[in-house]
Design a protein around this ligand. Sequence first.
Ligand code: NAI
Length: 400
Amino acid sequence: MLNGEKKIARPLRWGMVGGGRLGQVGYKHRIGALRDNTAFTLVAGAFDIDPERGKDFGVNLGVDESRCYENYQTMFAQEAEKEDGLEVVSIATPNGTHYEITKAALEAGLHVICEKPLFFTSAEGEEIKALAEEKGKIVGVTYGFSGNQLLLQMRAMIEQGKIGDIRVVELQYTHGFSSTEDADKFNDAQKWRVDPKIAGPTFVLGDLSTHTYYMSKLIMPDMKIEKLLCDRQSFISSRAPLEDNAFVMMHYENGAVGRLWTSSVNAGCMDGHRIRIVGSKASLEWWDSKPSELRYEVQGEPVQTLIRAMPYLDEQCNADERLGALHMEGLSDAWSNIYLKFAVAIDAKNRGDEETLHSLVYPDIDAGIDGIRWLENCVRSAENGSAWVDFSDQPVGSAK
Ligand code: NAI
């Protein structure tokens, strides 16, 4: 169980690019990083594309005014001159900027925590991986939901054979916030999501399903996709070629089959993140709307609801517990768990502690590249008339 005591010698000096006052995801990063006060300290930021608003925002967060920068280039250059300069930066900006900011950060000697989808192409991912290795730095990816400890319970139960052989994988991440075209006109965070120059080659596949895909790999690290078929649509036609709905069918190497539904036009849906794994003996199911519960359904027996923090759960799962049973946890705590693992990974990298790095389960650069490859395969299938395509390029190593 976590109680805020330090896991690394001292908090890392942390900064942000993006995640400003009007940004959607910035606060989740700060909740995650600053929860325990023993892993990260926010010392600098280039928080906003609008420098004045960014500075004002940073000061209101308690960052020294002289370290609220007008852009990330100035921040990286000036922080590198300081004895107590930045050590790690988080990137919470629109997708099309991730690659150039990550590259600049690594070149400035910083560890990086970057939003998903990591970059536009896996070639960019491989290039950045090589640069990170050369510089001795970590690149982490904020698949925030994946910090929910019940996913580690699913992983442990599958590994222990509690559901038998996996037969069917059913994944869903949907919402209805883009059901009308108005969303694209009036919501700034939506506008760039349907512009391929900024969003990349996909909309909901990259925006939503990269989370779910990573979570499926976290839960089932041994399952490899053999081939997939992607059928994507733009129900709001102005979004084409980017999809606002997609189905992906998957065949796994062990003979299992899978289906993923991702959508931003699932009108009225408010609990859209669901993972169900069906085995030869039993099934496991988790929904984000009930983050403290895991359904365990054994064929022929009453359905069991496993509850977070209870002693009958696996120790891997309860190691990430914060509040204890009866007291609700959710997405904020999942982000805190992910950020704590980033801190432990960065500290281990700095100390050359390969054993810790190897055993730590967290979304690393391989997970980011894997997410990009997932998108590349989906787009390749969709553009070939939704044909089955081999998933042969899948790199091994993510979700260790
Ligand atoms: P947003 O459009 O709401 O916010 C972007 C923020 O970045 C704004 O504060 C903007 O001023 C700032 N910004 C843009 N360009 C900048 C630059 N060059 N330098 C400094 N600041 C800059 O976008 P949103 O929804 O917050 O998404 C940002 C990223 O986070 C995207 O890659 C998105 O896919 C990802 N995301 C991840 C989530 C998760 O659960 N991990 C949830 C929501 C978004």
